[in-house]
Design a protein around this ligand. Structure first.
Ligand SMILES: C[S@@+](CC[C@H](N)C(=O)[O-])C[C@H]1O[C@@H](n2cnc3c(N)ncnc32)[C@H](O)[C@@H]1O
Length: 126
């Protein structure tokens, strides 16, 4: 992948200020943003069609087990990775090109206490 294409991906997704927007949405939903229920966050952190339900179906379809290590390429803000780690207890590493998404993923990982349990989002290439 050329740098031009990588920049195109980053420009398309951007993702600046995502955590602020997510906090605002949680407050609007009536939740404490410092201690939000995982179910509420899962309505916001799954950036694909059909959300958390599709994530669960995908986990089951590929037959991932607790002894597997998973690399989530294009993890976004880490919703599917955290869901997988929480559901099966397997280590998950997230990788994403878009710095704003990685920053938001790290904050959410910290919020849910999974930053050292395989829910880490390692960010873009140096
Ligand atoms: C539609 S979002 C999905 C995020 C996440 N998988 C989810 O379902 O919530 C696609 C993500 O893929 C990332 N991405 C696209 N191409 C990539 C690549 N070649 N390497 C790493 N990340 C990539 C984007 O930055 C974006 O965060």
């Amino acid at each position: 992948m050329t740098e031009e294409i990588e920049d195109g991906v980053r420009g398309h997704y951007a993702g600046d200020g995502l955590m602020d927007r997510l906090v605002a949405a949680l407050v609007e939903m009536g939740h404490d943003p410092d201690d939000p229920p995982a179910e509420a966050v899962s309505l916001l952190d799954q950036m694909h069609i059909r959300g958390a339900a599709a994530t669960t179906e995908l986990h089951d379809a590929v037959g991932i087990g607790p002894d597997d290590s998973v690399l989530d390429v294009g993890c976004g803000i880490g919703g599917p990775a955290r869901a997988l780690a929480a559901r099966l207890g397997c280590p998950v590493t997230g990788l994403d090109l878009t710095p704003g998404f990685c920053a938001c993923a790290r904050e959410l990982n910290y919020l849910f206490g999974v930053e050292d349990s395989g829910g880490d989002c390692r960010g873009q290439r140096p």
